[in-house]
Design a binder for this molecule. Structure first.
Ligand code: 2AM
Length: 175
């Protein structure tokens, strides 16, 4: 199973972001479908089914710890990464607690056998993939409030209609 932890926007926010993207951005890449919009916390890569229970227990311990709270993110920046060719939306600032949590989820995933690696954590929501050229600045600057209380463990599968994410487990942090 190809797994990752992510923060998911509510349906209204996902729609607002997709509407803004359509109105404000012209990019030569493929827009990420509305249903797939997310902010990755930790990419684990391939994990066998029997590692799922211990992984969920470890994540449960972390995510149900008393006092765990993440501040609302202000998504007010965009960026282009030429190597994967993605255009993203993200916050210009974020608290250390978010990067800590991402790192801890990554470690829990590695203990469960995940091979996903990454450098410094940079929260971002991918808007377009496969952009060969740096897209021009958006016509209107973004400013969205992203509530971080909804965390999912998602399975990524490739289907005939492209990549599909399904919810394996979900945690609701106190607001
Ligand atoms: P993204 O957050 O930049 O879009 C599922 O594949 C998600 O995990 C994707 O959204 C993807 O990037 C993120 N991810 C992080 N590292 C990855 C990797 N090495 N391979 C595939 N996806 C990765």
């Amino acid at each position: 199973m190809r797994l990752f932890f992510a923060l998911l926007p509510g349906p209204d926010l996902a729609r607002e972001i997709a509407d803004w993207r359509e109105r404000s951005i012209s990019a030569d890449g493929r827009p990420v479908p509305l249903a797939n919009l997310h902010i990755t916390l930790a990419f684990l890569g391939e994990l066998s089914h029997h590692r799922l229970d211990p992984l969920c227990q470890a994540a449960d311990e972390l995510l149900t710890a008393p006092g765990l709270h993440l501040q609302t993110l202000r998504l007010n920046a965009t960026g282009y990464w030429p190597r994967p060719g993605i255009l993203w939306l993200g916050p210009s600032r974020w608290e250390g607690a978010l990067a800590n949590l991402a790192g801890q989820l990554q470690s829990r995933g590695a203990l469960a056998g995940g091979k996903g690696k990454r450098g410094a954590y940079r929260p971002h929501l991918t808007l377009f993939r496969g952009c060969d050229q740096p897209p021009p600045a958006p016509l209107s600057a973004p400013d969205f409030s992203f509530d971080c209380s909804n965390i999912s463990l998602l399975q990524s599968s490739n289907g005939r209609q492209g990549v599909h994410y399904s919810d394996v487990a979900n945690w609701r942090l106190s607001p």
